[in-house]
Design a protein around this ligand. Structure first.
Ligand code: SF4
Length: 222
């Protein structure tokens, strides 16, 4: 999915830098440059994924209108947290767009493959899992003013995100605090993951997972 995000990020950046949507041929060129046909050519599902990313890129090129964000400047700085020993660590937000418009309004665009509600014109707080809305939560905690957007690939639509309507500030703070606590514990050598044979035996990280190789203290093993 990282490759897909890079392609989609390039589509948004093209539009913002040029002040117009990418044409179809320019969109195809972006896809070819960001994901050349010979890259990952041994992947068994490449024949599904490359056409899909082209379809999503074309849809995003149409859905993302840079004239709604006149004077935009890209935010390129990484999002960092400092651990208890003073080491800065980059938290990957995995956004496909992150910028300010000419008024100084701050936007963050994330990718979702699909949406549970086909007809919805926006994505509700409760429709995303914790980890899916975490980038928005962390940015909101740090900057206080982020306006999230969600590009739903299979719908080809760019939707607004609705913050929790029930005590929004508290919901955001609680999730950000929980993430911060996990970060501090993990960087202090405490692994909070819940390991179990059923889930972990199918996990590609099984052989390098700190919970299994004993590289880090396990608080929970069931
Ligand atoms: S092996 Fe580790 S990373 Fe993978 S599911 Fe289990 S606890 Fe999570």
């Amino acid at each position: 999915m990282q490759r897909v995000r890079e392609v989609l990020r390039a589509v948004i950046e093209f539009a913002l830098r040029n002040g117009r949507k990418a044409s179809d041929s320019e969109t195809v060129q972006i896809v070819e440059e960001k994901w050349p046909p010979d890259q990952q050519k041994d992947h068994p599902h490449l024949s599904l994924y490359r056409p899909r990313v082209l379809r999503w890129a074309r849809a995003l090129a149409q859905a993302f209108d840079p004239t709604n964000f006149v004077g935009a400047t890209l935010r390129e700085e990484p999002f960092e947290w400092t651990d208890d020993s003073g080491v800065s660590r980059i938290i990957k937000l995995q956004l496909i767009g992150h910028f300010d418009d000419g008024n100084g309004d701050h936007f963050a665009v994330a990718l979702q493959v699909d949406s549970a509600d086909e007809s919805a014109a926006e994505v509700k707080w409760s429709q995303l899992k914790d980890y899916q809305r975490l980038p928005f939560v962390l940015l909101h905690q740090r900057h206080g003013d982020v306006q999230p957007r969600v590009f739903v690939g299979e719908k080809g639509e760019l939707l607004s995100f609705r913050w929790s309507q029930r005590r929004p500030e508290e919901s955001t703070r609680v999730q950000a605090d929980a993430a911060r606590q996990v970060f501090q514990r993990l960087t202090s050598g405490i692994f909070d993951g819940t390991t179990n044979d059923w889930a972990c035996d199918r996990c590609p990280c099984r052989t390098i997972c700190p919970g299994w190789i004993g590289a880090i203290q396990k608080d929970k093993v069931i």
